[in-house]
Design a protein around this ligand. Structure first.
Ligand SMILES: O=P(O)(O)OC[C@H]1O[C@H](OP(=O)(O)OP(=O)(O)O)[C@H](O)[C@@H]1O
Ligand SMILES: Nc1nc2[nH]cnc2c(=O)[nH]1
Length: 179
């Protein structure tokens, strides 16, 4: 697996240091609000686990899985809910945890759904932001790293369901895509 990586963009230590900062800021901002922290599966599962350990205030957490209907419709912003939340968002302060914002379509769909379900407030924490390819107008409230327009893997992020378990984030060698 390590042999497939061309370049490490962010080491395990750099990621952990950044998450600590994000957690401290979130702890201050959400004091007394008992946020419902929502992990967007699958990519955000490792970030979610590490982030909540750095948040020192009471919170609840839940998980949601979404997928685009297919490559041809991804640009339309049509997203399908594969696994819905167990906990109601009505009247709750919501913190959405995403691994990466790319086109922004997944997140804009999710925000729309949660607004229609009468969430009290919706805030977004994203570890990676790739603004070059944004087609929906949105930004994360808490952002880890702004990254160049490259396809990254590791730390939850996959290529064909592989590499999620790498502890760092990097780019693949070009030959991996042609295998
Ligand atoms: O801003 P966007 O262009 O919508 O892309 C971002 C989304 O894409 C990835 O999920 P993916 O659909 O690959 O599913 P996964 O999390 O299960 O890997 C990532 O985890 C985000 O949820
Ligand atoms: N693994 C992975 N998934 C993505 N989804 C949107 N952008 C990316 C990316 O750079 N890497």
């Amino acid at each position: 697996m390590q042999n497939d990586i061309q370049e490490v963009l962010y080491s395990e230590q750099q990621i952990q240091d950044k998450i600590k900062e994000m957690g401290e800021q979130i702890s201050r901002d959400f004091e007394g609000r008992n946020p419902l922290v929502i992990c967007v599966l699958k990519g955000a599962f490792i970030f979610m686990a590490d982030l909540v350990k750095q948040i020192t205030i009471p919170l609840e957490l839940d998980f949601m899985a979404v997928s685009s209907y297919g490559a041809s419709t991804k640009s339309s912003g049509v997203v399908k809910i594969i696994k819905d939340l167990d906990i109601s968002v009505e009247g709750r302060h919501i913190l959405i945890v995403e691994d990466i914002i790319d086109s922004g379509l997944t997140l804009s769909y999710l925000i729309d759904v949660l607004e229609r379900r009468n969430a009290l407030s919706i805030t977004v924490a994203a570890l990676f932001d790739k603004p070059a390819r944004r087609s929906a107008e949105l930004d994360a409230d808490y952002k880890g790293f702004v990254i160049p327009d490259a396809f990254v893997v590791g730390y939850g992020l996959d290529y064909a369901e592989k590499y999620r378990n790498l502890p760092y984030v990097g780019v693949l060698k070009p030959e991996v895509y042609s295998q």
